[in-house]
Design a protein around this ligand. Sequence first.
Ligand SMILES: [Zn+2]
Ligand SMILES: [Zn+2]
Length: 351
Amino acid sequence: MADTVQEYKCPNCGAQLRFHPKKQGFVCEYCDSFFTQEECKAANEQMQQQAKEDAPRDEEFAEGSRLYSCPSCGAELITDENTAATECYYCHDPVVLKGRLSGEYRPSRVIPFKLTRSDAEGIFKDWCKKRRFLPKSFLSESQLLHMAGVYVPFWVANCNIHGQMTAVCKKTRSWTAGGYQYTEVQEFDVYRDAALLFEGIPADGASKIEDELMEAIEPFDYREATDFEMSYLSGFLSDKYDMNKSQVFPRVRNRAVNGSDQLLRSTMTGYSSIRVTQSDMQVLQTKWEYMLLPVWFMTFQYQGKQYAFAINGQTGKQAGTPPLDTGKLLGVCALITVACALVGFLGGLLL
Ligand SMILES: [Zn+2]
Ligand SMILES: [Zn+2]
């Protein structure tokens, strides 16, 4: 590899960069970022320094963690040495102990659970009360036992963005004088050049959990996040992430770029029309925090389909798709049909 002169990691996503001879800089094939040699050097020195500072805590995590795996669905679950994980929270099959995890999986921060199991059960029962046609087994006490407190692994990103936008904006003014209608149109070339910082963009790193389900229970209040300690895992499970920073970066970048674009558009006020002719939002650097966020989680297998229900363990916000008992539903449909037929019949009689 003649074109790799120095091994640098991407300041946005952590993947290895490649030197690009034509651009005289470094490109990341995973996230499409470009960096000059100076930018790479500074960012990589920072990353190495951080890794050195983290080493003792990584070691402690590797000592105290226990990794379980589920032979039927392949889930990998983490807990501490004092908690015995028995069942998989996705498929409810028994899990087996695999050993310890390496220090690279140590979370940096955690938002501790605020809702107890009985709080979560109360929210679940209230949610069920508002829904008809739920299968009986979904509401049973034994189903409630499958509810698990899970710390979901999240990549939380702070993105530095350089945003440039050009637009053609118009101001229109009309008035009448001496029997004539006048219209004045003023046209402006508007230009924005801004350094933006987007903080706290979350993306979960567990491919088994639906992204939509996690986005539906946002937001989490990061002000309550604290440095990770092994003891937070006691009595709870966590998921081992299977999507790394470079895999979730496209999702994060989309949110950051769209947010920046909207922000710059919102600064163009006082015009009667705005036509953006160019918008270029470049993510210069991303700082990541690997965080565990608290979720009460329950899955339910019904007629060959998996249903998932989640409650934000900090705020109590819930989301999920309820399973429908087709038998009950068909019963009601049949009743409605009978009622309609009766009305039709009566109608016929009355005429
Ligand atoms: Zn990258
Ligand atoms: Zn499983």
